[in-house]
Write a new protein. Structure first.
Length: 280
């Protein structure tokens, strides 16, 4: 059912927010200034939607609930949408053959690989990279096989040192999947290479949310910094890149704000009050 909301005239109704490098910087958590600005945006009638590669669990799910306790949020680079009010999840399953191929590739090279359902994940390796990533996500590191997941796999992720990321892309290029990388200031020197079903992306997921809410994509803002934000930054009416964004993300965006550690997201939320709205 289409979700219809009423918005205050003259403000962008939907702002989509990446997590690592945008909502969260090197302090590991959003700052109080960010939460204050988010509360002010909500009071203006704006809907704030998390748009992240992370899963819908741990602190990340709490971030979504705090940004909007009764709205749609994007997880797994668009591999899953979750409504914080109803608890409804809409997932896009990764093909079994892609999951198996990725597992074989990881085993052949000794690369760390994770398997995600919408609200859970598994990893079989208990090394430092795995432990650091679990800490980043705010969950305990528990080694277990992917068949222990209670629902379908919506994302496969390699977590590797930055210098071998191109090797991962090359190995996965023959697979029927969207392969995209991301980084986090909380875990420097590491690249998270996500594999999702064809057609899945943050941009496509944001378009679905906008349609669900009867909002023109021209009246949507996306704030991000990584390779996995590039499509979304170009797809919305108002793409905003953080100062710490990768060059291609900056090129795709219409605006640039301060570094995540200088509360650039606060600047982006303030910017949203100055932009023209095409649909009322």
């Amino acid at each position: 059912m289409t979700q219809v909301r009423h918005y205050r005239h003259g403000v962008l109704p939907l702002i989509c927010i990446d997590v690592d490098g945008t909502l969260v910087g090197s302090s590991h958590v959003p700052t109080e200034a960010v939460w204050h600005a988010a509360a002010a945006a909500t009071a203006r009638g704006q809907h704030l939607a998390l748009s992240t590669a992370r899963g819908a669990f741990g602190p990340t799910l709490e971030y979504a609930r705090r940004l909007d306790p009764d709205g749609w949020h994007v997880f797994h680079n668009g591999g899953a949408l979750l409504h914080t009010g109803s608890g409804e999840i809409r997932g896009s399953k990764v093909a079994d053959e892609v999951v198996s191929a990725a597992s074989d590739i990881a085993d052949a090279h000794g690369w760390l690989i994770e398997f995600y359902s919408a609200d859970d994940y598994t990893v079989e390796t208990e090394n430092k990279i795995a432990a650091d990533h679990a800490a980043l996500m705010g969950v305990p590191l528990v080694s277990r096989t992917r068949d222990t997941l209670q629902s379908e796999i919506v994302r496969v992720q390699f977590v590797v040192p930055i210098e071998i990321a191109t090797m991962v892309y090359a190995e996965m290029s023959a697979q029927d999947a969207v392969v995209v990388g991301a980084t986090s200031p909380v875990q420097p020197g590491v690249v998270f290479v996500s594999c999702t079903r064809p057609g899945v992306s943050k941009g496509a997921a944001i378009s679905r949310i906008a349609k669900e809410m009867s909002i023109s994509i021209d009246d949507v803002m996306m704030v991000g910094d990584g390779d996995n934000d590039i499509e979304a930054l170009g797809a919305v009416g108002h793409g905003v890149a953080m100062a710490n964004a990768v060059p291609d993300a900056k090129a795709a965006a219409s605006y640039e704000v301060a570094h995540v550690d200088a509360d650039g997201l606060v600047e982006a939320l303030e910017l949203s009050t100055t932009l023209a709205v095409t649909a009322t």
